[in-house]
Design a protein around this ligand. Structure first.
Ligand SMILES: Nc1ncnc2c1ncn2[C@@H]1O[C@H](COP(=O)(O)OP(=O)(O)O)[C@@H](O)[C@H]1O
Ligand SMILES: O=c1ccn([C@@H]2O[C@H](COP(=O)(O)O)[C@@H](O)[C@H]2O)c(=O)[nH]1
Length: 233
């Protein structure tokens, strides 16, 4: 089994299009990709009843079991198999069963706070932030939560105003500055095509790490002028 060489983090607000982007950019390399939804690492809340679980703030960083995510990501990077938890949004809790995930050439970690944790960030080779207007995102969320996640409109609105929106502003949106690339309007075709090519090249092993932070930082420290790159290169 090969050890994954390329780890991508995809962050952004609820309904921004993170899952869609994650799927589209890895479509051509399906067998070589492991997708890790951050949602699977929500804390196990089995000690609470359903009503109590409905009131939890799922948009605060403390809702996630970061230690488990760090451990499992590290294991995958070491070429080891992990037993990944699964999440059930309808009951606001982890499922009983886990799934076995094999290490692959590409790993995609995707979720509202995928760029939040410093140590996770250090493990990422490419950090993306999917940016979509808040009005579009809430419309998508209403549709999804009511149709797919068994919620009622009033509850979705209450949750959005009490936790989703303020936590987005406090914790999610600020992670945008950690991103290497901001993808506007979710699945925009130019960005998706470029990323698809980059990921395919990584899998085929002939990628030039043009976005490699260390290389860029080194070149800047050697006097390379990023702002006028076309004229000085
Ligand atoms: N660029 C886009 N244009 C139109 N609809 C989109 C676009 N990106 C995502 N969607 C739709 O928006 C909804 C939420 O997208 P999703 O990828 O699940 O968002 P997230 O993972 O960020 O919550 C889905 O129904 C998806 O099909
Ligand atoms: O039990 C739960 C767990 C999470 N949520 C909400 O889900 C979104 C994150 O998922 P996206 O696919 O990125 O939208 C987050 O905003 C939580 O509020 C939930 O409602 N219930």
């Amino acid at each position: 089994m090969t050890i994954p060489s390329f780890v991508i983090g995809i962050a952004g607000g609820t309904g921004a299009g993170k899952t869609t982007v994650a799927q589209l950019v890895t479509e051509n390399v399906e067998d070589a990709v492991t997708r890790i939804p951050l949602d699977n690492y929500y804390e196990d809340l089995s000690h609470l009843d359903l009503e109590e679980r409905s009131d939890v703030n799922y948009d605060h960083p403390s809702a996630f079991e970061w230690e488990l995510l760090r451990e499992q990501l590290t294991h995958l990077l070491e070429g080891r198999t992990v037993e990944m938890p699964q999440y059930d949004f309808e009951i606001h809790n982890r499922k009983d069963e886990r799934i076995t995930v094999e290490p692959t050439d590409v790993i995609v970690l995707e979720g509202i706070l995928a760029l939040y944790d410093e140590r996770i960030n250090e493990m990422l080779d490419l950090r993306l932030y999917v940016e979509t207007d808040a009005d579009v995102r809430i419309l998508r969320r209403i549709q999804r939560d009511v149709v797919e996640r068994g919620r009622d409109l009033e509850g979705v609105m209450r949750q959005y105003l009490s936790t989703v929106k303020p936590m987005h502003e406090q914790f999610v949106e600020p992670t945008k500055k950690r991103a290497d690339l901001v993808v506007p309007e979710g699945a925009n075709s130019v960005a998706v095509n470029l990323l698809e090519e980059k990921i395919q090249a990584e899998v085929e092993g002939d990628a030039v790490r043009s976005w490699d932070r260390e290389t860029i930082e080194k070149r800047v420290s050697e006097g390379f002028d990023l702002d006028s790159a076309q004229t000085t290169e």
